[in-house]
Design a protein around this ligand. Structure first.
Ligand code: TXA
Ligand code: MG
Length: 313
């Protein structure tokens, strides 16, 4: 384990803000039980206070401190998917400051599958509230360079290389009669249904998730999903994010192949990196991304692409 985890943990204990790797994207973390430390996350990200944060834990036993009630389905989900890219929205306990949950009666919790993240939480001796380590609304970071590109004023950054999964966790909310997916991710509806047989979408008290905005994850350049490409678009200055290869044309200025084995997990893992590299490429003024079927992991990919393209429609 790198020595810098000790330094980062000492910063968290002092109420400072640390960027750290997880298996999904980099997080911008602070002690979840310290509202002043958490407020700095919002400042650094320029994130509106109505958008709540995910609290990261290293042991399932920490759930008891954060949640007012935990039903058996939560332990079943934890057993199957933690550590891993699943966030569960649960009734919050009084210990969780309102700034973390944006005043909601619920708290979103997850246990990341990344040794550095888990060690950081353990050594900090507190749960860590962490959104993705990007400016609000912009591209999510999948390496330390992406964090440095967007954020100044972070007290410490742990460089753990490239994240493996590349898109944010699936967020699930439970209701007495079912569950609702608030954000699609690598863990799919089908996988959740195996543990939650009551079925998807039967939850009557579907909560509005503050993060369900139409525009999000936006690159600084115009982005088209290929089915939207305007006939007059001059692709000689465009960068193509290519999945299957079928849209590749010599006329594109740059082609980024995100999935050498034509596997959706590869597309997800490389999507934000591809968007960052084309956003930074001076020879490219517009980005075109290849769409995929909206099922399974494809749904999570299309969710990111649609939100990233929305600002440019
Ligand atoms: O993979 C991930 O989840 C990454 C890594 C760092 O763990 N984190 C992440 O955080 O993506 P963030 O803040 O970028 O996205 C968290 C989403 C937001 O859309 C927020 O609105 C939603 O989770 N959220 C947080 N607490 C919630 C709650 N109590 N009810 C509903 N949605 C909630
Ligand atoms: Mg985010």
């Amino acid at each position: 384990m790198p020595e810098n985890v000790d330094i980062a943990a000492s910063y968290i204990k002092q109420g400072k803000v640390v960027a750290f790797p997880t298996e999904t994207v980099y997080g911008l973390g602070a002690n979840a039980l310290n509202p002043i430390a958490v407020a700095r996350i919002f400042e650094i990200k320029e994130r509106p206070y109505f958008d709540p944060l995910i609290v990261h834990i290293a042991e399932t036993t920490q759930l008891k401190d954060l949640c007012s009630s935990i039903d058996d389905r939560v332990y079943a989900l934890a057993e199957k998917f933690w550590p891993g890219p699943l966030t569960i929205v649960l009734p919050k306990s009084k210990a969780v400051p309102d700034i973390v949950t944006a005043g909601l009666p619920t708290v979103a919790v997850r246990m990341p599958a990344h040794d550095v993240a888990l060690e950081l939480i353990r050594k900090s001796e507190c749960p860590i509230a962490a959104p993705s380590a990007n400016k609000f609304g912009q591209l999510s970071p999948t390496c330390a360079h992406h964090v440095r590109k967007q954020l100044t004023n972070v007290d410490y950054i742990i460089d753990g290389g490239k994240t493996t999964l590349g898109i944010e966790s699936t967020i699930v909310q439970l209701a007495p009669d079912g569950f609702t997916i608030l954000r699609y991710g690598i863990i799919t509806e089908n996988e959740l249904s195996e543990i939650l047989p009551a079925g998807y979408g039967s939850a009557k008290d579907q909560t509005f998730a503050p993060g369900m905005m139409k525009s999000h994850y936006s690159p600084r350049k115009k982005l088209y999903i290929a089915y939207d490409v305007e006939p007059h678009l001059d692709i000689s200055k465009a960068g193509l994010i290519s999945y299957s290869g079928k849209l590749e044309k010599d006329a594109y200025k740059k082609i980024v192949r995100v999935a050498p084995n034509k596997d959706l997990k590869e597309y997800a893992a490389n999507l934000f990196e591809a968007l960052h590299s084309l956003e930074d490429d001076e020879e490219v003024n517009v980005i075109v991304a290849e769409p995929v079927d909206e099922s399974g992991i494809g749904r999570a990919i299309m969710d990111r692409l649609k939100k990233a393209a929305y600002a440019w429609c």
